[in-house]
Write a protein that binds this ligand. Structure first.
Ligand SMILES: [Zn+2]
Length: 430
């Protein structure tokens, strides 16, 4: 019973705070804690304590600047790496910053380092999430800005960036870094880390780096009615802006559109439902009349199973159940739906075309000749949809000869596809 109550409470919390209501949010992760002290300094300082103190100071700095902040731990407790990443995913945060202090065999090594996951240096044993692979440029940019700002503000030695497949920075869904503030194994650095004033300076530096990477939006003006600083100058800006104006697309948070972030299955289905609306299914009935909790399957319309990984508190639960009932999306053979998994370009084409065809509102252009994409053989499961969309002038390749069906679809790319569809489907007169 307690278990069920906890799940319901968690679901209610997610429902009560829609992503759009949030400002730009940063997860601050104080490394180690509880029975895991991390490094022990040459002066006896415990890493977990330094990390938590810097994390608190960083929270205060970011709060002052107007960011939303979330701490993975706010006291001295054990926390698994998985929990830290899950926390970030569940809160739909924009950035993840882990705070650590370093330890190295050579006592002369000192300075600040910033770690990030770089897909140019993958580690087979420690695979990164699909999202994190794609976020390499963003994580690198964030890491560089934070390193520059910390070393300038706290006057620590610049020990450079480091490509790393550490769990917390390779597993999430948002730009992520791990800041190694200074070396507890170095006498001078350990002395610095013992000083509250230095911890404060380090926190200020991290906050400045975050602000340089993710500036808060300017005040709204007549020319700029979008709160998203990250679409200005983006190659897809012209497609994204009208979709924001018409409410078809919105940001991943109040401050970020995240154009280069992968599109998730849930996001795609929600978009398709706005373009090709489905009627709401008849009331969802659970076996005992209550909504399904995590891991338990209830019954949707006419025996529609609720996928085992779709919690009723998921932001897209209603639209996903509707799309399942209408056959617009399929679950996986193992009973899951994987709503927050990125979709490939091939899968996007297939799902888009399925909705388009079901809508029966296609202006076909049967006279057009379609050149084949080198990487889309007719045997590919999504080939039919890809070529149909291309024939309609809606889909284009990543180059003139390749479609990239197994590449992740980005939010910018779906914006272009949708904008083309709306243009092709609107009366030609202006
Ligand atoms: Zn550490």
């Amino acid at each position: 019973m307690r278990f069920a109550a906890t799940i319901l409470l968690a679901a209610a919390t997610l429902l009560a705070v829609p992503a759009d209501a949030w400002a730009a949010s940063v997860v601050i992760d104080a490394g180690h804690g509880g029975s895991n002290p991390g490094a022990i300094g040459v002066n006896g300082l415990e890493e977990k304590e330094v990390n938590l103190d810097v994390a608190y100071a960083l929270r205060d700095e970011l709060d002052k600047m107007g960011y939303e902040t979330l701490m993975t731990r706010s006291d001295d407790r054990d926390m698994s790496l998985e929990e830290r990443v899950q926390f970030t995913v569940q809160h739909k945060a924009d950035l993840f910053v882990s705070v650590h202090s370093n330890d190295y065999g050579d006592p002369n090594t000192r300075g600040t380092m910033v770690l990030y996951y770089d897909d140019h240096y993958p580690q087979a044993k420690y695979p990164a999430s699909a999202a994190m692979k794609m976020l390499t440029p963003q994580s690198l940019d964030l890491a560089q800005k934070v390193l520059n700002a910390v070393t300038a503000t706290a006057n620590t030695k610049n020990n450079g960036l480091m490509q790393s497949a550490a769990y917390v920075i390779r597993s999430g869904e948002v730009p992520s870094i791990l800041v190694e503030t200074a070396f507890l194994s170095n006498k001078q650095d350990a002395e610095l880390l013992a000083k509250p004033a230095v911890r404060q300076k380090i926190a200020e530096g991290i906050a400045r780096g975050v602000a340089a990477f993710m500036p808060l939006a300017e005040k709204k003006s007549e020319d700029n009615n979008s709160p998203f600083a990250d679409i200005a100058g983006h190659w897809a800006e012209a497609s994204i802006r009208p979709l924001l104006d018409s409410g078809i697309m919105n940001g991943v948070s109040a401050a970020r559109f995240a154009p280069d972030q992968p599109l998730t299955r849930a996001q795609l289905i929600a978009l398709l439902d706005r373009l090709f609306p489905l009627a709401a299914p008849t009331a969802v009935q659970g076996a005992s009349g209550q909504a399904a909790g995590q891991g338990t399957a209830g019954q949707g319309k006419a025996g529609q199973r609720v996928p085992s990984d779709l919690v009723s508190g998921h932001w897209a639960y209603p639209v996903l159940m509707k799309a399942l009932a209408a056959g617009r999306i399929d679950g996986y053979a193992d009973g899951t739906l994987r709503p927050d998994q990125p979709v490939t370009r091939g899968e996007t084409a297939a799902l888009f075309y399925r909705s388009l065809a079901a809508n029966g509102n296609m202006k076909t252009n049967a006279t057009a000749t379609v050149a084949a994409f080198d990487d889309v053989p007719t045997t590919l499961w999504s080939a039919g949809a890809i070529y149909a969309l291309r024939q309609l002038g809606l889909a284009e390749g990543v180059t003139t000869t390749s479609f990239g069906p197994s590449q992740m679809m980005t939010r910018a790319e779906i914006a272009v596809l949708i904008e083309r569809y709306l243009q092709s489907n609107s009366p030609k007169s202006r």
